[in-house]
Design a protein. Structure first.
Length: 400
C-alpha cells in the first residue's frame, strides 16, 4: 500500500471530494508497545473504541494479546482475525445465545456481570448438554464507581453498588474458580486520582465479602490528548494504579488488568474534510455527527484541526462546523481554530479520531463514504512521544 508522507500530500494527490481517513500504523504500534511494556499488569484492548481489522492486527503484532469484547459480533471478528488471542466478554448484560456461542465456539472463558440474574444466565448458558456446569469460568464482578474525574461518564449504566456487592461476590466465587473485580472510571479520566478512588471501593467490597480475588481489572479511561485536555503522563497513572493494587487484600498471585480503548487508538487516525460552504464563522464540511465526528457534535468534544492549504495566511479564528446531512443536529460547536481566510474548497485535517471517531461513521442520509490511506507523519498530538507540554495548573496530579 502506498504510504503518503502527510495529509497535505494526500490533498495534492487526490483533491478528494469525499472525506479521507488517514491511518498511522506506527502510532498505534507505539501505543500498544507502551502499554505492553509499561503497564504493571495485562492490558486488554477494548475493541469498541475501534474494531478495524488492520488496527487489531497492529495491536496484536505489538504485544496486545487480550481483547475486551462486548458483543457476539466483536467476539467473532477478533476470533476470525486472531485465532490465538484471549477474548474477555466484558459487557455486563449479554444474551444467553451470545454467551453460549462465545464459550462453546470461540473459547471465551472470562465474562463480566453486575447482577445475580446475569450470573445465573452465564452459568446456564455454559452448562453442557450432559448437564455439567462449566468448571473453567473466569468471572469478573463489575463495581459501580464514580466518573467525576472523567470527561465522559460511565457511572450510571453498569456496575453493582458497593452496598450490594458482597453477596454477589460470594455467589460468584461459588461457581467460579477464578474471581475478578472490575470497574470503569469513565472515559478520558483526567487524573489518576480516579483510579485511587475506585480501588478504595474495590478494597471495601473485598473486605466486606471476605472472598479471595484473583484479578483486579481497572478498566479503561486512560486518556489521550485533545485541545484543552492535557492529562498527566500515563506513567503516573500506571504507578499509582500499581501502588494501590499492591496494597489490596487479594491473593498473593492476583493479577492486575486494564482495558484501554481510547489510549491505544486515538492517535491511529485523522480525517481530511473539505469545506463546501462558509457562512460567517460556520464552515459546512463533508463529515459530521453521523460520520467520524459524533463526539464533536454530541458532547462538544474538541479535536485538533489544521488547514491543509499552504496559501491560507489568515490569523487563527474560531469556527464551528456543520456536517453534510440535512439534520440541524449535525453541528459541531467547537470552537475550532483555523485561518480566518479559510473558505469553500479548502481542506482541513481533523486529528485524534482513531478512538470513537472513524469507528462511529454511519451511512445516514447517503453520506459516510471515505477513502482510507496510510500516512507516515506524526499524529497531531501524542501521549507516547515524550514531547508533551510542561504540566499546567490543571493537569498536575495532587495526591491527597
Ligand atoms: C468502553 C469500555 C472500555 C474502554 O474505555 P476507554 O475510555 O476508551 O479506555 C473499557 N472497558 C469497558 C467495559 C468498556 O465498556
Amino acid at each position: 500500500m502506498h504510504i503518503y508522507p502527510d495529509a497535505a500530500d494526500v490533498v495534492r494527490d487526490l483533491s478528494p471530494d469525499e472525506p479521507v481517513i488517514l491511518n498511522r500504523p506506527h502510532a498505534a504500534a507505539r501505543a500498544a508497545r507502551f502499554f505492553a511494556e509499561k503497564f504493571p499488569g495485562k492490558p486488554l484492548y477494548a475493541v469498541k473504541a475501534n474494531p478495524s481489522p488492520d488496527l487489531l492486527q497492529i495491536l496484536w503484532d505489538s504485544g496486545i494479546t487480550h481483547f475486551d469484547v462486548a458483543s457476539i459480533a466483536e467476539v467473532r471478528l477478533v476470533r476470525s482475525l486472531l485465532p490465538d488471542a484471549t477474548l474477555c466478554f466484558m459487557h455486563p448484560v449479554k444474551t444467553k445465545s451470545a454467551i453460549r456461542e462465545a464459550y462453546f465456539t470461540h473459547g471465551v472463558k472470562t465474562f463480566s456481570l453486575d447482577t445475580l440474574e446475569e450470573l445465573n444466565k452465564i452459568v446456564a448458558a455454559t452448562t453442557n448438554e450432559a448437564g455439567d456446569p462449566a468448571a473453567d469460568l473466569r468471572l469478573c464482578v463489575r463495581l459501580r464507581v464514580s466518573s467525576e474525574f472523567a470527561e465522559l461518564s460511565l457511572a450510571s449504566k453498569f456496575g453493582i453498588d458497593l452496598a450490594d456487592a458482597a453477596p454477589l461476590l460470594q455467589e460468584t466465587r461459588q461457581v467460579a474458580d477464578w474471581l475478578g473485580v472490575c470497574f470503569h472510571v469513565g472515559s478520558q479520566a483526567m487524573t489518576p486520582f480516579a483510579y485511587i478512588q475506585a480501588l478504595e471501593r474495590v478494597r471495601a467490597a473485598i473486605a466486606e465479602a471476605a472472598v479471595t480475588v484473583d484479578v483486579v481489572d481497572v478498566g479503561g479511561g486512560f486518556p489521550s490528548v485533545y485541545p484543552g485536555m492535557e492529562p498527566p503522563p500515563l506513567e503516573d497513572y500506571f504507578e499509582i494504579v500499581h501502588r494501590h493494587f499492591e496494597a489490596l487484600p487479594i491473593a498473593y498471585n492476583a493479577e492486575l488488568w486494564c482495558e484501554p480503548g481510547r489510549a491505544l487508538c486515538a492517535e491511529y487516525s485523522s480525517l481530511i474534510v473539505k469545506v463546501e460552504k462558509r457562512r460567517g464563522d460556520e464552515l459546512y464540511i463533508n463529515d459530521g455527527s453521523y460520520g467520524a465526528l459524533f463526539d464533536a457534535a454530541h458532547v462538544d468534544w474538541r479535536f485538533p484541526v489544521a488547514a491543509l492549504n499552504s496559501e491560507l495566511a489568515g490569523v487563527p479564528a474560531e469556527f464551528s462546523f456543520y456536517g453534510p446531512t440535512c439534520d440541524d443536529a449535525d453541528f459541531m460547536k467547537g470552537p475550532f481554530m483555523l485561518p480566518q481566510d479559510i473558505g469553500s474548497g479548502d481542506y482541513i485535517e481533523i486529528g485524534m479520531l482513531g478512538a470513537y471517531g472513524t469507528a462511529m461513521k454511519t451511512g445516514f442520509n447517503g453520506f459516510g463514504d471515505a477513502q482510507v490511506v496510510n500516512v507516515a507523519n506524526e499524529p497531531m498530538a501524542s501521549m507516547f512521544r515524550g514531547d508533551r507540554p510542561a504540566p499546567t495548573r490543571d493537569n498536575v496530579v495532587s495526591l491527597r
